[in-house]
Design a protein around this ligand. Sequence first.
Ligand SMILES: [Zn+2]
Length: 147
Amino acid sequence: MKITLCPKCKKDEISKSGIINGRQRYLCKKCKYYFTVEKEGKSIDPYYVIKALQLHIEGVTYREIERILGVSHVSVMNWVRKYKVKAPENYDYHPTYKVLTHQELMEYMSHVENVKNQGMMITELGDKYMMIKWERFREESGPKHIH
Ligand SMILES: [Zn+2]
């Protein structure tokens, strides 16, 4: 998990300031408070580990998972190896995702055509919701072309 806020003043103007006893030390530039956290990969909330593995199985790439969850793609690769998670091969679908507020999510869900046959998964993401949908590369039911 990336550290983004000072635990004291909750501002996000922090910088790395050396490693003390194996822990990354940070300095808050606002209130000059020093604090340390476990080095990345040691004490990540299982919440993020499970989310990352879910996304991996859904076919989301490591780089995308890094962007979505704010955990490094190296950590994600390590968890995939550690928990022996193998995503099934999939050439027909690719995942797309949207991050929505609760209100946007409700609005979206109220249209049945947005939900039906979409293979969708909704997962909580901080104070918002992420919706993953599968889209087919080829429309099998589309009109046939005559050559
Ligand atoms: Zn501070």
